[in-house]
Design a protein around this ligand. Structure first.
Ligand SMILES: Nc1ncnc2c1ncn2[C@@H]1O[C@H](COP(=O)(O)OP(=O)(O)O)[C@@H](O)[C@H]1O
Ligand SMILES: O=C(O)C[C@@H](O)[C@H](O)C(=O)COP(=O)(O)O
Length: 324
């Protein structure tokens, strides 16, 4: 039976302030454009733009920026009924970006006491989660309590309810205390997740070890619940591994890169669209790569997310021209 939501994402919804001056460091940047940000919010927005039915569980500041984020997410079609306003005055997270060159862009996050980290376990509703086909968990929500307990509660409820658990590693060094703590919580969730998506570097964080091959990583993780593991490697493309032993690779769609941030979130939105529509793993990697290619050629990580027609047209055109 079809559920009310194709996916519910849990974690941070925040604000990106993206430098509109290119080829200069943040120190010298004077003007910024405001967008909704936060990895799980970006994935939710990308998914909604592709036509998925999406819900979001999170906490935002009760001020102009919190209202802006909630309103934008509602406008793209996301159910925001479980986006709680922080009543203790915590402010929404901010991310400043700089575009030094197409090869070099970076982000600077302001996350001290960020409202999303104050989502509490009693603000996660079982009835709400029961309406989801998939739950998308972003690793950063595990960095601090009470958000950590809220995410773990959602994980256990999803497990109990048979909701498919997608773990997007989304590692951000901010707000984590040390590598061992991160690795412990990442492993805890990875052992219960059905699908795990991350970059090679993020899997190193999960393992608290550098230098493992993908084969070593999947051999360990497939001992637990995961059926599918996706390991992204930037411009080298992405690999997907199934528990049954299949391996899929997809390269990238070449594009005029403006900046590299936004690649991971758009990849996840595109990948999950194809995955949840049973279009096959190879197509899922292709949709993820195409969405990423579209987003990294534009300024934002959220508004730039393509709709389904834009995504499929992009793929068709790229395949006709042979640019991947
Ligand atoms: N320079 C690039 N050109 C085209 N596609 C890219 C480029 N960099 C990344 N991508 C696409 O975005 C996906 C995610 O990028 P990656 O950098 O690995 O993740 P993250 O943004 O999470 O660090 C890649 O698997 C690839 O499909
Ligand atoms: O996740 C954040 O809080 C910041 C994002 O909104 C920002 O746009 C970004 O860094 C996205 O990068 P990605 O996770 O590599 O897609």
């Amino acid at each position: 039976m079809s559920k009310k939501f194709d996916l519910i994402a849990i974690g941070r919804a925040a604000v990106d302030l993206n430098a509109v001056e290119y080829n200069r460091p943040l120190e010298e940047t004077k003007t910024f454009a405001k967008f909704v940000g936060g990895s799980p919010a970006n994935i939710a927005i990308g998914s909604a733009k592709l036509g998925q039915k999406v819900g979001f569980i999170g906490k935002v500041s009760d001020d102009q920026l919190g209202h802006y984020v909630t309103q934008y997410m509602a406008e793209v079609g996301i159910d925001t009924s479980q986006m709680v306003k922080d009543d203790a005055g915590h402010k929404i997270g901010l991310t400043f970006t700089e575009i030094i060159s197409p090869e070099e862009s970076d982000i600077l996050m302001y996350r001290n006491e960020a409202a999303d980290l104050y989502l509490a376990a009693d603000e996660v509703s079982k009835d709400y989660l029961a309406q989801a086909q998939m739950l998308v968990i972003s690793g950063t929500g595990l960095a601090q309590s009470p958000s950590r307990e809220a995410i773990l509660k959602a994980l256990l409820l999803a497990k109990e309810l048979g909701v498919e658990i997608i773990f997007e590693l989304d590692f951000r060094p901010y707000t984590w205390q040390n590598a061992e703590e991160t690795s412990l919580y990442y492993q805890l969730v990875a052992q219960k997740a059905d699908v795990i998506i991350g970059t090679r570097d993020e899997f190193d964080v999960l393992e608290n070890h550098q230098g493992n091959t993908d084969e070593q990583t999947i051999a360990t993780l497939f001992q637990y619940d995961a059926n599918l593991i996706v390991i992204k490697s930037g411009v080298q493309g992405s690999n997907a591994y199934t528990k049954a032993g299949d391996k899929y690779h997809f390269g990238v769609f070449k594009t005029k890169v403006l900046k590299s941030f936004g690649a991971g979130d758009s990849f996840a939105a595109g990948f999950l669209y194809a995955y949840s529509h049973h279009l096959g793993i190879e197509t899922a990697l292709k949709y993820g790569s195409a969405a990423a290619s579209i987003v990294i050629s534009q300024l934002s990580s959220s508004e730039a997310m393509p709709n389904l027609a834009q995504l499929t047209e992009f793929i068709q055109k790229a395949e006709t021209q042979g640019v991947h």
